[in-house]
Design a protein around this ligand. Structure first.
Ligand SMILES: [Zn+2]
Length: 437
């Protein structure tokens, strides 16, 4: 992938107006290729006059673009977003509307994603990431706009129109609630996919990527800690820094328990000049004393059970680190398949469990009426990120299920391992060293 085009560093004004935290954000251009760019987002007063009025049972507003020539299917898919919004609203006490830019289109004819052995179902992520210095330490991290909005601050960096960008592949045989059960083997419950993808958009996403070979680094953005001008008013060369997402703050390496954020601190000893060409950056980074830290993270990211999201001092949410080599979009930002397949925290596995509908998965885990699609660990994770989680869960819709023939988790795991057919590829963020526009 060609990542670097050129740098345009705007420093002309910065000597007069030192850059504050709020002036730069990171926009995510397409959820499929992970392309991002740094944009201006000046501080504005909170004045959200968007017309979309939420309903109490659904705080999601969807700008739906159906790019296929089948209005019946388009209508059915659009309705699924309403149900998905209700399921999440039944769990999270959202204070502000979450607006989703959702597209339904053929990934094969549009993007050439036609591999019959691997089907990409969907992809989603936050539309904008905003820098924010949380209360517990002095680090600036990237917050998804959906989360930032929940804080209802009187002033905030300018928001983008939508909080979440999502795409769903129309080149898949979908199953809809009300269709016969058991669901045929090659079908996919679209509600499952939509709920899963929206969860990524709310902030289940990492800034770590592998654009420097077998090593991982977080996103690179403008430095929020070094001034852009000297006390005398001379501009300082464009400093960059490695930036984590708020999700990354809570990742630890196992078994050591070492916080990933401590490695970000080590990496940030490497001076980043945003005017540097990408190859120049990579070569100097590989030769630096910081590079072994990046390799250490990569090693953990391809070792099953070696990374988790720390929920409490005694409770971890094991992340997906069994994919070798590292798979951008699938590794880290998912729940470990082997651990959670048969539990109520199944939702964020990176691959779709064959023959299972969302209702079926909840029914098998016994969570249809207790936590719904968002299991107890995922609920806690949301709370830690900063969302308010409702105490009680009342299912907004009763989904159908059936008594199956005793498919155990092992047969599903072997099915997935040997026949990787349905990917919930959720490419979120990639290297954006270039696009300082
Ligand atoms: Zn995913």
């Amino acid at each position: 992938m060609i990542l670097l085009i050129y740098f345009i560093i705007i420093i002309g004004l910065s000597c007069l107006t030192p850059m504050s935290l709020s002036e730069k954000c990171l926009d995510y251009l397409s959820p499929l290729n992970g392309e991002t760019k740094i944009v201006d987002c000046p501080m504005v007063s909170s004045n959200d006059k968007r017309q979309t009025q939420p309903t109490l049972d659904n705080m999601f507003a969807v700008d739906f673009s159906c790019l296929i020539d089948d209005s019946v299917l388009c209508d059915k898919v659009e309705k699924v977003f309403v149900t998905a919004g209700k399921f999440i609203t039944a769990t999270l006490n959202l204070k502000a509307v979450v607006s989703v830019d959702a597209q339904f289109l053929n990934f094969c004819t549009t993007y050439g994603y036609c591999d019959k052995g691997k089907t990409t179902l969907g992809s989603a992520g936050p539309a904008r990431l905003l820098p924010y210095q949380g209360p517990t330490d002095d680090k600036v991290r990237l917050y998804p706009q959906a989360l930032y909005k929940q804080m209802n601050l009187p002033e905030h960096p300018q928001f983008k129109k939508n909080e979440i960008l999502a795409m769903f592949n129309s080149n898949v045989s979908y199953w809809f609630e009300g269709d016969p059960l058991p669901m045929p083997k090659r079908r996919v419950d679209i509600l499952y996919v939509v709920v899963h993808e929206l969860i990524h958009g709310l902030g289940f996403s990492t800034a770590w990527n592998n654009n420097v070979g077998e090593a991982l680094i977080p996103l690179i953005g403008p430095s929020f800690t070094t001034p852009t001008s000297t006390p005398e008013g001379f501009p300082v060369a464009a400093n960059g820094q490695f930036l984590e997402s708020i999700f990354d703050k809570y990742i630890i390496l196992l078994p050591s328990g070492k916080p990933l954020t401590s490695i970000t601190d080590e990496l940030n000893k490497f001076p980043i000049n945003m005017e540097m060409q990408e190859t120049e950056f990579i070569n100097s980074f590989i030769a630096s004393p910081q590079f072994p830290f990046s390799q250490e993270v990569y090693k953990s990211a391809i070792t099953q059970g070696a990374m988790s999201f720390r929920l409490t001092k005694d409770d971890d949410f094991i992340l997906e680190t069994s994919i070798v080599p590292f798979a951008q979009g699938s590794s880290i930002a998912h729940a470990d398949l082997q651990t959670y397949l048969s539990t109520s925290d199944f939702l964020m596995m990176f691959t779709y469990p064959p023959r299972s509908t969302l209702g079926q998965m909840m029914s098998k885990a016994g969570s249809a009426n207790t936590t719904g699609p968002i299991g107890p660990k995922l609920r806690l994770l949301f709370e830690i990120l900063g969302y308010e989680v409702k105490k009680d869960y009342v299912p907004p819709v009763i989904l159908s299920s059936y008594k199956d023939d005793g498919n155990d988790s092992f047969s599903i795991i072997s099915n997935i391992s040997f026949n990787l057919t349905l990917f919930l590829i959720c490419i979120l963020l990639t290297f954006n060293y270039n696009s300082y526009i």
